[in-house]
Design a protein around this ligand. Structure first.
Ligand code: S3P
Length: 173
């Protein structure tokens, strides 16, 4: 029998990766891993602390290193990725080699609604406006697209609808 593949959830900050991940984990009975949470645990620092004390490049290396380790796991997992994970070509390749990559999308307006009260995202610090979000999203769009096997829209849809679509396309068991 073919080895079951991980499911990687990628996409912009605030697109709903964590929410979708926990519901998918429940439905598929697979364990979930949140790459940000895993890095926080291993590095014993929050994301803003990591960016401030070690720098963004260090954080990006932690992400790549984590993907390399996840690739070796036998058990198929639901993996919720930090919003910048697909920006490195190497990361996109690592994800493709070990799983199915699902790109969750939403409009900049929806994103702003979801992230505006949260202070834990260094990239958005001082940039909590639709214009910044729309521009960064546009800069990143081609890389998300290149990494994705499946694209799933999340605007005005329930968690259940979104998960059903992902399950039907990406869960091979
Ligand atoms: C980032 C997204 C964040 C986190 C870090 C950088 C990004 O994850 O990894 O703040 O560059 O888009 P979420 O998408 O879970 O907010």
């Amino acid at each position: 029998m073919a080895k079951k593949k991980h499911i990687f959830l990628i996409g912009f900050m605030g697109v709903g990766k964590s929410t979708i991940s926990s519901e998918l984990s429940r439905l598929s009975k697979r364990k979930e891993i949140d790459t940000d949470a895993q890095i926080i645990k291993e590095q014993k620092m929050t994301i803003p602390e990591l960016f401030e004390k070690k720098g963004e490049a260090y954080f990006r290396n932690c992400e790549t290193n984590l993907l390399e380790r996840l690739k070796e796991k036998e058990e198929a997992l639901i993996i919720s990725c930090g919003g910048g994970m697909a920006m490195r070509k190497q990361n996109a390749a690592l994800m493709k080699e070990s799983g199915i990559v699902v790109w969750l999308t939403a409009t900049p307006e929806t994103i702003l609604e979801r992230v505006r009260e949260n202070q834990d995202r260094p990239i958005l610090k001082g940039n909590m406006n639709v214009e910044f979000i729309a521009e960064l999203m546009e800069q990143r769009r081609k890389k998300y697209e290149a990494a994705a096997d499946i694209i799933v829209r999340t605007d005005n849809r329930t968690v259940e609808e979104i998960c059903r679509e992902i399950m039907s396309q990406a869960v091979n068991d």
